[in-house]
Design a protein around this ligand. Sequence first.
Ligand SMILES: Cc1cc2nc3c(=O)[nH]c(=O)nc-3n(C[C@H](O)[C@H](O)[C@H](O)COP(=O)(O)OP(=O)(O)OC[C@H]3O[C@@H](n4cnc5c(N)ncnc54)[C@H](O)[C@@H]3O)c2cc1C
Length: 337
Amino acid sequence: MDNKHIYDVIIVGGGPCGLAAGIEAQKAGLSHLILDMGSLTESIRQYPRRMRFFSTAENIEIGGLPFPISGVKAGRDEALQYYRKAAAYYHLNFKLFQKVETVTKADDVFTVTTATGEQFFASKVIMATGYFTRPRWLGIPGEEQAHVSHYYDEPFKYSFTNVVIIGASNSAVEAALELYRHDVTITVVHRGDDFRSTVKYWLIPDVKNRVKEGKIKTMFDSVVTEIGTDTVTVNNLKTGEETSLPADFVLVLTGYIPDADLLRRCGIELDPVTQVPVYNKETFETTVPGLYVCGTVMAGIYTEKVFIENGREHAQAIIDHIMGREIHQVKELIQRI
Ligand SMILES: Cc1cc2nc3c(=O)[nH]c(=O)nc-3n(C[C@H](O)[C@H](O)[C@H](O)COP(=O)(O)OP(=O)(O)OC[C@H]3O[C@@H](n4cnc5c(N)ncnc54)[C@H](O)[C@@H]3O)c2cc1C
C-alpha cells in the first residue's frame, strides 16, 4: 500500500472533454491517467458512421490544436483522427477498456476501482464519463432482443427490411432519412405530435417532404408498447387504437443519459429529479473535495445543454482550481441550435 503510485489527477472518460482535461493537466505539469471503458473517444466511435458534426471544426478543437478539414464540419472519422492525434501530440497517458466502478476517498487519496478489481490512486479525480454509454430504455417487453438497438450505425444492414424508429430527435430523423435512401421501409413512432423542435433546421424540410410523399411513415401521438420478434404493437395516445406493425428491426433512438448510479457510487450528490450533480459552477468541484465533473456528465437529463463546444472548456477551469490559479470563466451554457 505504501509504494502505490499516486497520480496527481485521474480522469475517468477519454472523450473530447476528458482528453481536454488530460491536456490541461499535462500542460500544468501534473501527472495524470485517463481511464476509459472503451476505446479512445469511444462515444464518437459509436456514432453513425456517416454522421457530420453540427459544430464547425474549430468549435470542437481541444488543447489549442487546429482541426483542419477541407469542408466546414467534420465527420465521425475526421473527428476520431483528430482526437487521436491530439492525444498523441500531448503524450496523454491512458489505459483503455478499463471500466471504472467506483471512486472512494480516504486520507486525501482517491482510489479508483475498475470492473476487474484493478485499483489506481490519485490526489484528484475528474469524472468525464459523458452520457452515450447509457441509452434511455423504454422498459417495454421485447426491448432486450437482438434485433432491437439503441444505437444506429450504418444503413446497408437494413436495406429491403421494415424498420421501426422510436423517437423524433436528430438521431431519429437522420437515421430515418439515411435508411429511406437505402431501400428501407421506415415508420417513425413518437409520443409527441411532431418531430422535436431541436431537430437541425436543415433536416426539417427534407424529412417533412418525405413524410408528405409517403416515403417515410410517421405515427405521432403514439407509443410502442411491446416489441415482438417481427412486429411492434403501437398504441395511439389520443384514440387508444392499437396497431401491429411489421418490424424486422427496431431502433430505439430516444436519447442517452449520464450514468447516475456511477456518480452516486463515487459519493457525488445528484438532484433526485434532474440527476444533475451538485457542483461548484466555477470550479466544477463536487461536494466531495477534489472530485470534479467535466463535460456532458454534468448535464443530468439535460444532455442537450452540454456538448463538446462548451464542455471542452471545463477542463481549464478544473485544472486552474487544482493549481490554485485564477479560474478560467466558462461561457454560459447555450442551446445547440
Ligand atoms: C450523433 C451526435 C452528434 C453530435 N454532434 C455534436 C456536435 O456537432 N458538436 C458538439 O459540440 N457536440 C456534439 N454531440 C455531443 C457530443 O458528442 C458530446 O456532448 C460529447 O461527446 C461529450 O464529450 P464528453 O467527453 O463529455 O463525453 P463522451 O464523449 O461521451 O466521453 C465519455 C467517455 O467516458 C467513457 N466512460 C463512460 N463511463 C465510463 C466508466 N464507468 N469507466 C470508464 N470510462 C467510462 C466512455 O466510454 C466515453 O469514451 C453530438 C452527439 C451525438 C450523439
